[in-house]
Design a protein around this ligand. Sequence first.
Ligand SMILES: [Ca+2]
Length: 195
Amino acid sequence: MRIGVREIVPIILLLVALGIAFAFLDPSAGSSGNTTPISTGGGVPNKPTSTRTSTATPKPTATPTEAPPQQLASPADWIVKFVSVSATGSERIDAQVVLPSLDFSYAGVPFNDMRDDAWKLVADGVVDLPAAGRYMFSFEHDGEARLLVDGAQIAFEPDGPAMQTLRTVFQHGAGSLSLRIEVRDVAGPLKLKVP
Ligand SMILES: [Ca+2]
């Protein structure tokens, strides 16, 4: 069977028509199409994609989590105890005083009836936190130092040859926070300062 021009021309026309129809019907071909209506149609499904990009920005939410900790406010009052510690570890409160700030420096004993390198300062304060978060607290000390929050020890620093800064960061909920600083005289002077 011979295929003549009369048969080929309708076939080509049919193929061209099918090709044009396919280009309009297939949305995936729209991006490659040059006609205006198709490129406009292709632009519409792009918008949800860009919306997803903006929706997928919980990064600002993640940034506050990594924000620097807040400086813990100092308690309005400190209850300071001078505590004798015996060789067996038993403790006796020799004096107690309420002070607005802490700045101590003792080359020897604070009272004559106490023994050198056998006593400690215990300072208690309460801070009311307006919000939960990460808080930073630091104090300077010479002597063996501990920091307790709500009765639990969260930081310890042994005695050193000079004044040191014990710095700690911790998480705490809103509300009342009990702070306790302990500095024990183990050798040399005892110093404590809360900036
Ligand atoms: Ca000492």
